[in-house]
Design a protein around this ligand. Structure first.
Ligand code: ZN
Length: 240
């Protein structure tokens, strides 16, 4: 089975469409949270995911937009975007988001947004944080997002190695435990503004990353119309 791995789409429909086009052919879509928040088209993004039969989990932005967690933990721009998102979700979108679990195990992979030990909030940015999470992982591999950076943290002979996959990088899955982040579709933060995603091949046991250009100006124009914060609009150009 070929699985499109998508995380942190953040209501960015042109970026979602671009990565799905780039990952064809795929058999399934797994999303790793933060489908909404920051971007201008939450309903259209969720509608596309529903039409793809996507499965997945909820992120901190879904939880906040649905009023399940306190928005005091977010910075000011994020809070503004969450308030806008909460006010603009259709009933169908809310129902779809509300049904997402905090974690799930699918085909031997753990799916979480942040980390295995703290799925909603923890950022796996560093080898020490990765090591602590690898030690509580109940499957060989976890698929996660939240940092908006394509990364792999893999146990190797007692050490944790960090990989930063770029376009067309391929990871061969083996017995070594690993935390695997496809990067962010809708708001990359590793200095490359192109949308990031990955393709998991469960038979070949590989993960391949893609970086895909998309019409950033279109999304920025839609964000300006909605009145979303200028800093959220500008950061898309820089990929930061
Ligand atoms: Zn996010």
């Amino acid at each position: 089975m070929r699985v499109a791995l998508l995380s942190d789409i953040h209501a960015n429909l042109p970026a979602l469409e671009a990565v799905l086009d780039a990952l064809v052919p795929y058999d399934a879509v797994w999303q790793l949270g933060d489908c909404v928040g920051y971007g201008p088209e939450p309903d259209a993004v969720v509608e596309r995911l529903r039409s793809e039969g996507a499965i997945g989990i909820r992120g901190n932005h879904e939880a906040a937009a649905l009023g399940q967690i306190d928005v005091a933990w977010f910075n000011e721009d994020a809070r503004t975007a969450i308030a806008w998102t909460a006010a603009h979700l259709s009933a169908a979108t809310r129902a779809w988001l509300a049904a997402l679990p905090e974690r799930r195990v699918e085909g031997g992979f753990t799916l979480v947004h942040g980390s295995p030990r703290d799925p909603t909030w923890e950022y796996v940015h560093s080898a020490p944080v990765a090591r602590a999470n690898l030690s509580v992982l109940t499957t060989s591999h976890a698929l996660l997002g939240h940092t908006h950076e394509p990364r792999v943290f893999r146990e190797d002979d007692g050490r944790v190695e960090t990989l930063a996959p770029g376009h067309d990088s391929v990871l061969e899955l083996d017995a070594r435990r690993a935390l695997i982040n496809p990067g962010s579709v809708g708001q990359p933060r590793d200095g490359d503004p192109r949308a990031s995603a990955a393709l998991l091949d469960t038979e070949a046991r590989t993960v391949r990353w893609v970086r895909v250009p998309y019409p950033i100006g279109e999304v920025q124009a839609r964000m300006r119309q909605t009145g979303l914060p200028a800093r959220l609009i500008e950061r898309l150009d820089a990929g930061l």
